[in-house]
Write a protein that binds this ligand. Structure first.
Ligand SMILES: Nc1ncnc2c1ncn2[C@@H]1O[C@H](COP(=O)(O)OP(=O)(O)OP(=O)(O)O)[C@@H](O)[C@H]1O
Ligand SMILES: [Mg+2]
Length: 261
């Protein structure tokens, strides 16, 4: 597989008539880890949902391509099949579907008809990945995320990522609610997968995650766009000084996607 490339150009997105993303551009290539940081309500999860094709988010203008193909024309399942993966900030529960069945269907959808994974190979791989992520075997037969603790859900998202081997993985607050050991396990999963065949976008509030998942680029998001990009040192500056300095530099008072406009 060649090195993937996701290109977002001047993306403008609205929800229920309200503009949320106001001209966002970003390029993520295989092997790269990009981190987006930014205060609450600045459009980070909106970007993630839009990339996955959530029907609530209306693309007003701009473009998103994966390896030159127009992502915005694809249905959500097609985006997943093409290798875009989203670990959600609030993972959904799917009652009545076991984790194992869910993963196997998702993998087979991605592999395509006639190229399904054999049951033996699937089980072996799932067991290997679950043990790598220090998950109890019983999680294979539990319904997807049902009754999982916050941390267990996040670990399960990483299991999905490791099984599906996406080209572009978007991890929305994968660190929220994790204890320090779980944080290390989740980071271990991402680092294990890191390589030229996968690009990663991590959305986080805390520099701490980036001690474990080293970003190549850090972007600050405010008012529905990227207002500053840099290296890991940018995250360290935010941790130490917060966001006031950049708001001052930009001459803005309200960093959110303003409710008033
Ligand atoms: N489905 C929706 N319906 C209504 N408003 C929405 C919807 N999705 C997002 N918004 C609004 O868009 C703005 C940006 O939300 P978003 O979830 O993208 O922020 P965020 O940067 O991810 O914040 P946080 O750091 O708190 O997760 C918010 O004002 C939010 O209320
Ligand atoms: Mg969010």
């Amino acid at each position: 597989m060649s090195q993937p490339k996701l290109t977002i150009e001047d993306l403008q997105v609205s929800v229920e008539g309200k503009k949320i993303l106001k001209g966002l551009s970003l390029e993520i290539k295989g092997g790269e880890v990009h981190a987006i940081m930014g205060p609450n309500g600045t459009g980070k999860s909106t970007l993630a949902s839009t990339l996955m094709g959530h029907p609530k988010y209306k693309v007003e203008s701009g473009s998103v391509t994966l390896n030159g193909e127009n992502v915005l024309e694809m249905a959500t399942d097609e985006r997943a099949r093409k290798g875009i993966f989203l670990a959600m900030q609030y993972p959904s529960e799917i009652s009545g579907v076991t984790n194992a069945d869910f993963l196997r269907s998702a993998i087979n959808a991605r592999r395509g008809e006639g190229n399904e994974i054999s049951l033996i190979k699937f089980v072996r791989e799932m067991e290997k990945k679950m043990s790598f992520l220090e998950m109890k075997e019983s999680f294979a037969q539990r319904y997807v995320n049902e009754g999982f603790s916050g941390g267990e859900k996040k670990r399960n998202e990483i299991l999905q990522m490791m099984m599906l081997k996406p080209q572009i993985a978007i991890l929305d607050e994968i660190d929220s609610g994790l204890d320090i050991d779980a944080l290390k396990v989740v980071a271990k999963g991402v680092n294990e997968m890191k390589g030229p065949e996968m690009g990663v976008l991590v959305i986080t509030h805390y520099q701490r995650l980036l001690n474990y998942i080293k970003p190549d680029y850090v972007h600050i998001m405010m008012q529905g766009r990227i207002v500053r990009s840099g290296g890991p040192e940018l995250a360290e500056k935010l941790e130490a000084e917060g966001y006031d300095w950049i708001k001052e530099e930009l001459g803005i008072e309200d960093e959110t996607v303003s409710q008033r406009s």
